[in-house]
Design a protein around this ligand. Structure first.
Ligand SMILES: Nc1ncnc2c1ncn2[C@@H]1O[C@H](COP(=O)(O)OP(=O)(O)O)[C@@H](O)[C@H]1O
Ligand SMILES: [Mg+2]
Length: 389
């Protein structure tokens, strides 16, 4: 049976979206996968969220300016390789959208400075979900890149993220907006007397309480938004098409413990509910047994025969060191065994879906330099060679 490999997935798609709960290394793995793709010759952008400070420095994105930055890669042929990184700034992406759809600079200024816009855009882009999707589309459609690797914002439910374009459209079509937009537009165009009385009373009350020029703001905002909402809706549709299309792969990043693998299974359910194309599962921070063969039952059960321990003590000429070595090895074996058991379901799931399954070993320290990222990228591709044999 041929399984997909990470290398094939990175070669065959234009968008790779990494999903999973926060804290298990999604940002790290996204960056490592992007690096692997760049080293295979693809012009790659990693669109990242909230990297640790030193990783941001290593990627050259310490300045948050919402534009792709070229990562200077170490190594001999690095000149010819193109890896770019970009840190997402949801609020500015949203403002960029307004700028794109606003019919004039005057409308643009009115909307951006409008307190209601500021409130609504804060609410919509607060989680970064819609903004991330918007940027993915913009970058995926750009001729500058062959591949965009996306590190998704931590969402409780992956559907929240996949659904964000639809939710925006729903918001624009919502009864609240409809209720407010028509009278408010009427007020703007024909004067306040056409206002339905209850709405007017509510708005006046809000205005009195907040001291904000609510009616004026509202009508200016909603009129501008109404003109733009077709643009938004078309974008939202395009985002949905891109996500559901054959050029987009979803990769689940999971952790090896009991709780992380439970969370991962929840993500798998949500992904299939959303009909997302899952192409691979990466378990990060695995404890792997270094031997060629699995650890022996004696080591796992801490029942290594005394004769063996004695022989080791003799060879080392140090009985205490021999006992310590055996106990450390037994602990490692058990940790690796636990991780193996907890991730079994994920492994089976990947096999059943013909996805790749990769493990990344727990490093002895945090990962915030390109060298360590390279080692992870290597690990992902070395596995390919094994899988391809
Ligand atoms: N395989 C690993 N071994 C050791 N530390 C890791 C590994 N993967 C990630 N880390 C560290 O774990 C922390 C969280 O990783 P990060 O990628 O920011 O997670 P997330 O994006 O899922 O919140 C970081 O400090 C990172 O350096
Ligand atoms: Mg992260």
């Amino acid at each position: 049976m041929t399984l997909l490999t990470p290398k094939a997935v990175l070669e065959q798609h234009r968008v790779v979206i990494c999903v999973g709960t926060g804290g298990i290394g999604k940002t790290t793995v996204s960056a490592a996968m992007a690096l692997a793709a760049a080293r295979a010759g693809r012009r790659t952008l990693v669109l990242t969220i909230d990297p640790a400070r030193r990783l941001a420095d290593a990627l050259g994105i310490d300045a948050l300016d919402n534009e792709p930055q070229r990562v200077s890669l170490p190594g001999p042929q690095s000149e010819s390789l193109a890896l770019h990184a970009m840190m997402l700034d949801p609020k500015r992406t949203f403002d960029g959208l307004i700028a794109r759809f606003a019919p004039s600079t005057e409308v643009r200024r009115q909307v951006l400075e409008n307190p209601i816009y500021q409130h609504v855009s804060g609410a919509l882009s607060g989680s970064g979900e819609y903004a991330a999707m918007e940027k993915v589309l913009e970058m995926a459609e750009s001729d500058d890149f062959d591949l965009v690797v996306v590190d998704t914002p931590p969402a409780q439910h992956v559907l929240e993220f996949l659904d964000s374009p639809r939710r925006l459209v729903e918001f624009l079509d919502s009864r609240l907006v409809k209720l407010l937009v028509h009278p408010a537009m009427a007020a703007g165009r024909f004067g306040a007397k056409l206002f339905q009385r209850p709405v007017q009373m509510v708005l006046q009350l809000i205005e009195r309480v907040t001291g904000v020029g609510f009616l004026e703001d509202l009508s200016a905002f909603l009129m501008a938004i109404d003109d733009m909402s077709d643009g938004f809706k078309q974008r939202a549709d395009r985002i949905r098409e891109t996500l559901a299309g054959p050029d987009t792969a979803f990769i689940l990043i999971a952790g090896p413990g009991q709780e992380p693998s439970r969370n991962a299974r929840m993500f798998l359910d949500h992904l299939s509910e959303a009909r997302a194309r899952l192409r691979g599962i990466v378990v990060n921070r695995m404890h792997l047994w270094p031997g060629e063969t699995p650890p022996s039952p004696e080591l796992l059960n801490s029942t290594v025969p005394q004769a063996d321990i004695d022989a080791l003590a003799h060879a080392l000429d140090d009985p205490a060191a021999a006992r310590a070595a055996v106990s450390a090895a037994s602990e490692m074996a058990n940790q690796a065994h636990r991780d193996f058991v907890h991730t079994r379901i994920l492994r089976e799931h990947a096999e059943a879906r013909r996805c790749f399954f990769s493990e990344i070993e727990e490093a002895p320290h945090d990962i915030h330099d390109l060298q360590t990222l390279s080692a992870i990228a290597d690990a992902l591709t070395v596995e390919d060679e094994v899988a391809n044999r």
